[in-house]
Design a protein around this ligand. Structure first.
Ligand code: ATP
Ligand code: MG
Length: 409
């Protein structure tokens, strides 16, 4: 990609209406644009990051046996009345058709849609377990939206729903999902700061589990057991680690990036979601649900990976692998070489921009590898290589560099 063509341009100043670090940098660097509080456009750079996160999650959900579907955002009132959530869920966006006066909801989550969908099919014990997921835009009428893309009124979520013949089978899958979730957060580069956290299980289960990423921008308070590498959400009022009994817990601020929840029969009951067992009897299907907020995850990654100058993307989700910068000497040939080697590269060939401005933009955007071609480097038939997360600059032979780039990330 040629940087002269990239939409939009970076901004010199922090946006005045953003307080959180993720939003300040993402807006300034041109990853997202704020339409109104809690609602953002994903611009070319931002969409690249979101798609990389999406691919990591999709790959892991496929490995977990998930079948991908896409459910409607526009939903009938009846489904929400049936579970009582039409009245009890404060964040439900509701509106009326001005033609028919029919009432609708905009989907904040999809238990009310997936449960009757599966109930339409006659399910036998042989069809279970069943795992269905989607990656889709959700709507929630959030009271406070001040943390950039960490909390949106419109945001992207992966939600997987599992269906089982009994609780034992659900528990087995629930444990397996913990491994898949760990893989996702590790691959997105936030594994070290993300803790599996005991949270309330609602009226149907003792616990659910959240994945909490430690950051000052987070709105949740958790208590860490450093020995077990787990945490407890402060809403549980527990003063000891549920695994080892340790009472020496550390209080931290964190943001929930994912959540796994044993629903049991909470939604199968109201929608008559049953299966036919071996003996011909009809039994309630046991459900679990597993969510991850993709846009929130992107915000959390930016929140915990930045310095004063800008974002420092982990390689796995960076919009490009290489930021190629030319200073007074064309880097076009090397740009072609990088492209030929299938290395994702943003090429700063702008003529009306100073070297200082180019470096400032590179730091702000946060692509993992910066390569500079200048008169000085060309004289030695070399290029200059610098990682975004290090101050070291290395002069290196072009061929050698291509080899290194093919093997990293
Ligand atoms: P929170 O407590 O932070 O409001 P939640 O418990 O309501 O989140 P869930 O219903 O468990 O969230 O949704 C699943 C996932 O969707 C969350 O783990 C989070 O990653 C994401 N998510 C939830 N609400 C938002 C939001 N308003 N903006 C962005 N992502 C969100
Ligand atoms: Mg939750």
């Amino acid at each position: 990609m040629l940087q002269s063509k990239l939409f939009p341009k970076t901004l010199r100043e922090d946006p005045r209406d953003e307080i959180s670090a993720n939003a300040k940098f993402l807006v300034r660097a041109g990853f997202v644009d704020k339409l109104m509080a809690g609602v953002y456009t994903y611009l070319p750079l931002g969409l690249q990051v979101l798609k990389k996160i999406e691919n990591i999650i999709r790959e892991e959900m496929n490995k977990a046996g998930g079948q991908e579907i896409l459910m409607p955002v526009l939903q009938p009132k009846e489904n929400w009345v049936k579970t009582g959530r039409w009245d009890s869920l404060d964040s439900l966006f509701k509106f009326v058709s001005h033609y028919s006066k029919t009432e609708f909801a905009l989907g904040p989550t999809h238990e009310e849609i997936i449960s009757p969908l599966v109930a339409k099919v006659s399910i036998s014990y042989k069809d279970l377990p069943l795992y269905i997921f989607q990656i889709q835009t959700k709507f929630r009428d959030e009271k406070r939206v001040k943390s950039g893309i960490l909390r949106g009124r419109e945001f992207l979520m992966k939600d997987l729903y599992s269906f089982h013949a009994d609780e034992k089978d659900m528990n087995k899958y629930y444990e397996k999902m913990k491994t898949h979730y760990k893989n996702i957060f590790d691959k997105c580069g936030i594994g070290e700061k993300t803790y599996i956290t005991f949270a309330s299980g609602g009226s149907f289960s003792k616990y659910s589990h959240e994945y909490q990423t430690i950051t000052e921008a987070g709105e949740d308070k958790i208590f860490l057991c450093e020995k077990c590498k787990i945490a407890i959400n402060s809403e549980l009022n527990q003063n000891a680690c549920p695994e080892c009994g340790n009472k020496d817990l550390k209080e931290k601020k964190a943001i929930e990036v994912g959540n796994i929840f044993p629903l049991k029969t909470k939604y199968s009951e109201p929608f008559g979601l049953k299966f036919t067992d071996k003996d011909g009897s009809q039994k309630d299907i046991i459900m679990g649900c597993y969510g991850i907020g993709l846009s929130r995850l992107m915000g959390a990654i930016a929140e915990i990976n930045h310095d004063k100058k800008g974002i420092i993307w982990p390689e796995s989700v960076a919009p490009f692998k290489v930021h190629l910068i030319e200073i007074g000497e064309s880097a076009k040939e090397f740009y072609k070489d990088l492209q030929k080697a299938n290395i994702e590269v943003l090429y700063d060939e702008r003529e009306d921009v100073t070297a200082g401005e180019k470096f400032a933009d590179a730091d702000l955007i946060g692509i993992p590898y910066r390569i500079v071609v200048s008169e000085k480097t060309t004289k030695d038939k070399k290029v200059e290589l610098k990682r975004r997360d290090s101050e070291k600059i290395k002069l290196i032979d072009k061929k050698e560099l291509l080899k290194i780039m093919e093997h990293v990330g």
